[in-house]
Design a protein around this ligand. Structure first.
Ligand code: CP3
Length: 342
């Protein structure tokens, strides 16, 4: 069998039709996801029940034939494995117990202790490695240390990540120790996903855009570089996608600085700029505005084709600039795929 399209793109190959998948492709816009989630009871039970987590991962593959499946889990399972309490408030989002001092950082569990909590995630990966169609690539993932830290410090999502910036300003050494602990745990977590059958891993740094200057270097670039170097040492050739969301001009050079094989672009970045400044270093992924999957119409097809054209001179994986939203129309996904695949 010829090599999977996503893996070819990640090696730097330019393909006549870009492979495609969507962030949050298993999600609330799909009626079959809502049914399985109701069966699980709540979101965390869905994440920790391997048969059901594998089922929702497979649903968008059956419906649309995407080129990749992303493991169904959440970036906040790792803080839970490090000893924090975690729960989700319906209609609001995640809540966690917090880490706001050097003593609380020191009291977190060691990286080596995470696997007890995360074992069901590895089982989901093993089921998927068995059940996915031969042409579909299995992507594992984790949150990048900065983004995970923003939730651990604030105990919830925040618009400006002010609590984490406050901790950083008050005690930079303690904050750096928190980033180090998450970095070590992330290496072990992603490594276990690869051992279970993940063929690619992705690091989600959803809040990278709020780091500037030296903070971006210390807390977005350096942890990603360490994680990628350690993973590639343990699993030679494992491809890594990095998503420093809203990094703006710092997208340029990010692949070189971190060793990522592919950089995922949010939709605030112009495709023409990124084709010149980011794609010159390797594969890029992105970057359709997810709102177009709500509004649909001719603008959806026009914009999808424009993105394909802008990145057509180099390696490209088609994706959204951020996750598909619950309001999206499943029919619009079919229209998007027709525009991309012709
Ligand atoms: O992309 C996928 O389909 C794979 C699964 C996945 C989820 N979350 C499932 C999920 C992935 C890769 C994530 C990553 C994630 N989780 C991120 C980084 C990417 C991003 O979106 O910026 C972040 C910041 C989180 C933390 C998180 N999880 C928040 C803030 C929320 C609440 C907001 C919301 O969308 O409801 C979640 C919940 C969540 N994670 C849902 C899903 C499908 C919705 C939960 C539900 O079914 O009620």
């Amino acid at each position: 069998m010829s090599e999977k399209t996503i893996l070819r793109a990640l090696k730097g190959e330019r393909l006549p039709v870009p492979p495609v998948w969507m962030m949050r492709q298993a999600g609330r816009y799909l009626p079959e996801y809502r049914a399985t989630r109701a069966q699980a009871g709540d979101f965390l039970s869905l994440c920790y029940t391997p048969d059901l987590a594998a089922e929702v991962t497979l649903q968008p593959i059956r419906r649309y034939g995407f080129d990749a499946a992303i493991l169904f889990a959440d970036i906040l399972l790792l803080p839970q494995a490090l000893g924090l309490d975690l729960w989700f408030v319906t209609g609001e989002g995640p809540r966690l117990s917090t880490v706001t001092s050097a003593a609380e950082v020191a009291a977190l569990k060691p990286a080596a202790a995470i696997h007890d909590t995360l074992a069901p995630v590895y089982e989901t990966v093993r089921i998927l490695a068995r059940e996915l169609p031969g042409e579909t690539t299995l992507i594992g993932f984790a949150g990048a240390p900065w983004t995970v830290a923003t939730y651990m410090v604030a105990g919830r999502g925040t618009p400006d990540q002010a609590p984490a910036h406050g901790f950083m300003a008050e005690d930079r050494a303690a904050f750096a120790a928190l980033i180090d602990r998450i970095t070590e745990a992330t290496i072990d977590y992603l490594s276990a996903q690869v051992e279970a059958g993940a063929e690619v891993v992705k690091l989600f740094d959803s809040w990278a855009g709020s780091l500037k200057g030296r903070d971006f270097d210390d807390f977005a670039v350096e942890p990603a570089r360490r994680i990628i170097a350690a993973l590639k040492a343990r699993h030679p050739g494992i491809p890594v996608i990095a998503f420093p969301r809203e990094a703006g001009p710092r997208y340029a050079g990010f692949a070189r600085a971190t060793g990522a094989d592919c950089v995922a672009l949010d939709n605030s970045v112009s495709a023409d700029w990124a084709a010149a400044e980011v794609q010159k270093d390797g594969c890029v992924q992105g970057n359709l505005d997810p709102r177009l999957l709500v509004s649909g119409g001719p603008a959806l097809e026009t914009e999808a084709r424009r993105i394909v054209r802008a990145f057509s001179q180099g390696p490209h994986i088609f994706n959204l600039g951020h996750g598909i939203t619950p309001e999206a129309d499943p029919e619009n996904v079919t229209r998007m795929l027709a525009a991309i695949r012709g």
